[in-house]
Design a protein around this ligand. Structure first.
Ligand SMILES: Nc1ncnc2c1ncn2[C@@H]1O[C@H](COP(=O)(O)OP(=O)(O)OP(=O)(O)O)[C@@H](O)[C@H]1O
Ligand SMILES: [Mg+2]
Length: 266
């Protein structure tokens, strides 16, 4: 039943990596997970080992007949995937316009999936604001904003909280619990610790976790494997597992609170 949405005002920050690998950790923890890709880059499938030439997708016929069951693709991890599908400029613009005009095109199938109380739906989205993200927020149970551990990313936090980016003002009005992940933390840099401390001080328990910069992450996607399969004892795998535990704590608390969790440490 819960919908977990990964988003960010910035591109290349690790949304897709986190969505795929948190989905996998939730699945390993015994949850029934479905992964949903709402980014026309269609990259989530790569983490699940689908062939590069695979172009089938959930969005292809969304405007005509939103048959999500027929679009599920089985993956080696046992997590059914609704890939965005291969799409060009025209199809992408047309789909976004159609969903803006009729949000139910996306919301009906998503609500149908969420009607199953056992299912955790994990959605990856395109960088920045989009009509698909705004639409999805209306049934999102936990919005996770991924940022890099750098000054440019962390400087966005106040504007994220006060609206303007990512439709977060709308999310706040709709009372969608919202959390942050800092990615690519590097303790060897002079700025890494300073930025982490500033973000933790500002966000408090809204900081869900931090993921170290770790070469295994890039290698895992190059091998088209999930992190826990490619490098089970890597630092990044450990970090993603810790974030996934916090995700479960937030979702299970029902009101977005996870006050029993200890403070995030780098
Ligand atoms: N913790 C990490 N350590 C090292 N490399 C990482 C880490 N997280 C992500 N990366 C690498 O950063 C790149 C971008 O990651 P990813 O595609 O997940 O970002 P994204 O936010 O989904 O990008 P986009 O905005 O284009 O959708 C990838 O090459 C990925 O392997
Ligand atoms: Mg992505």
């Amino acid at each position: 039943m819960p919908l977990l949405t990964f988003a960010s005002p910035k591109g290349g920050v690790g949304k897709t990596t986190l969505a795929a690998n948190v989905a996998n950790e939730l699945s390993r923890a015994g949850c029934r997970v479905i992964a949903l890709d709402l980014d026309p880059q269609n990259a989530l499938r790569l983490h699940f080992g689908l062939p590069l030439r695979e172009r089938a997708g959930f969005t292809h016929r969304l405007a005509q007949s939103p048959d999500w069951r027929g679009c599920l693709q089985e993956t080696a991890a046992g997590i059914p995937l609704l890939a965005y599908g291969g799409a060009g400029l025209h199809e992408t613009v047309a789909l976004h316009a159609a969903v803006t005009a009729r949000p139910s095109l996306l919301l009906d199938p998503v609500r149908d999936i969420l009607a199953n109380p056992d299912v955790y739906l994990v959605a990856d989205t395109a960088p920045g604001p989009s009509s698909l993200l705004e639409t999805l927020l209306s049934c999102t149970d936990l919005l996770i904003t991924v940022l890099l551990t750098d000054a440019a990313s962390v400087s966005l936090i106040p504007s994220l909280e006060h609206g303007g980016l990512l439709a977060s003002e709308w999310a706040a009005r709709a009372n969608v619990p919202s959390r942050f992940v800092l990615n690519q933390f590097d303790p060897r840099t002079r700025l890494g610790g300073v930025i982490f401390d500033a973000a933790r001080q500002h966000l408090g328990d809204r900081l869900l976790g931090v993921v170290y910069r770790d070469e295994h992450v890039a290698e895992a996607i190059a091998a088209q494997k999930l992190l826990a399969d490619y490098a089970p004892s890597s630092k990044a795998t450990h970090d993603v597992a810790a974030i996934s535990q916090r995700v479960l704590a937030v979702l299970r608390s029902g009101n977005g609170a996870d006050s029993d969790s200890p403070a995030v440490q780098p």
